[in-house]
Design a protein around this ligand. Structure first.
Ligand SMILES: Cc1ncc(COP(=O)(O)O)c(C=O)c1O
Length: 385
């Protein structure tokens, strides 16, 4: 067994796929500090920079002082407290659903959704680029996993037709795809779901807080009532941690009763729950900030395309710059670091082979440095990397 582990590690190193964690003294703010050097942060999911907002920090600190550092148990035992209920009430109103339930992470939420709603009699139709937590949730459920080509509605229809006799069907999609920054075809998906009598589950991890005046992509399109299960995270634009699932009463009550990652895990500590609540309130009050970020992302994408960079189908604050080869993306990352920018280098298996990319996560608090970002990419282009 140990020889096998050594061999696998060596293989990862040989293929430039070995992962290590950068040593950072700060990672979520406008600047990251790596080995004592400061870089503009274009790699974190703190898209709106809300971790810096005083009232959100203060709400979190107050909760620690009032309620302590831990929740002490799962929600079902003693780990429930009033700000938790308030967060769920506020989330349900914000999402315009009957109820909402908070989970310990987006990963845990997706495990609970699929492993409790689906079983071996279910077929789950899932976009090929859906997040790993959706894939793991489906695997755990024992359902038939039917993967359709990314955003290919003809393929989805064909697969629904092929499995039309399966009684229980779910269509699952990210709304904003995390490594491509493109969006799902939600109009077509809800129409197909209605035609084939399938439940729809959407993962709004990268849309929540930004699209639809913060409510999400389904709301941006006015489709929220036609989606059954809305999942989103507090860990990205909301600058906190944890996730929500919003939907009708039966779905939420069912997840509370059957979601093992919900039931058998200590609930989030008060500092986190209070930060999520304060952040949600902040987005409700400042509902135009997501739109502002999107406009700036359009401008940056336009500049990158003019230079000849391939930003794939991105239409969001996530802008991939396709470099293809693993070695090339690592060189590009180092080049940009020398110019003071910290941009993530994403390689397989996170993305398909031969599509290694830089992934720019644009954020509201770096917009005053757009010129610097553009000129660093101009120099990257000239470098011939
Ligand atoms: C689309 C998507 N869903 C779910 C998750 C998991 O969320 P969390 O980081 O809160 O576990 C992520 C995070 O990377 C994601 O990108």
């Amino acid at each position: 067994m140990r020889d096998k582990i050594k061999h696998k590690l060596k293989e990862l190193q040989d293929e430039s796929l070995y992962r290590e964690m950068p040593s950072m003294s700060e990672g979520s703010g406008k600047y990251v500090c790596v080995d004592g050097e400061q870089y503009l942060n274009l790699a974190s999911n703190n898209y709106l920079g809300l971790s810096e907002i005083h009232e959100i920090r203060e709400a979190s600190a107050d909760a620690v002082m009032k309620l302590g550092t831990t929740s002490g148990a799962s929600r079902i035992v003693t780990g429930n407290y009033s700000i938790y209920d308030e967060l769920e009430r506020r989330t349900a109103v914000f999402k315009k659903t009957e109820k909402a339930l908070v989970f310990n992470s987006g990963y845990a939420a997706n495990l609970a959704i699929f492993s409790s709603l689906a079983d071996r009699h279910t077929a789950v139709f899932s976009d090929r680029l859906n997040h790993a937590s959706i894939i793991d949730g489906i695997t755990l459920s024992g359902a038939k996993h039917v993967r359709y080509k990314h955003n290919d509605m003809a393929d989805l229809r064909e697969l629904l037709e092929k499995h039309k006799d399966v009684k229980d069907k779910i269509i699952a999609t990210d709304t904003v795809f995390s490594m491509d920054g493109d969006v799902c075809r939600l109009h077509n998906i809800v129409s197909l779901a209605e035609e084939y009598n399938a439940l729809t589950v959407i993962d709004e991890a990268h849309a929540a807080g930004i699209f639809g005046r913060g409510r999400g992509y389904a709301h941006e399109l006015g489709l929220e009532k036609r989606v059954d299960v809305h999942m989103g995270t507090f860990s990205k634009a909301f600058a906190s941690f944890g996730a929500y699932v919003a939907g009708d009463t039966d779905i939420i009550d069912y997840l509370r009763n059957k979601g093992r990652s919900f039931i058998y895990s200590t609930s989030l500590p008060p500092a986190v729950t209070a930060a999520s609540l304060a952040s949600l309130n902040y987005v409700i009050k400042n509902s135009d900030i997501g739109g502002r970020l999107m406009d700036s992302a359009d401008g940056l994408r336009h500049s990158l395309n003019r230079m000849g960079f391939d930003t794939a189908m991105s239409v969001s604050q996530i802008i991939p710059v396709i470099m293809r080869k693993n070695e090339r993306v690592l060189l590009a990352k180092e080049f940009l670091m020398a110019k003071g920018l910290y941009v993530a280098a994403i390689r397989p298996p996170t993305v398909p082979a031969d599509t290694a990319r830089l992934r720019i996560s644009l954020r509201l608090d770096v917009l005053d440095e757009t010129d610097r970002i553009v000129s660093a990419f101009e120099e990257l282009k000239k470098s011939g990397i």
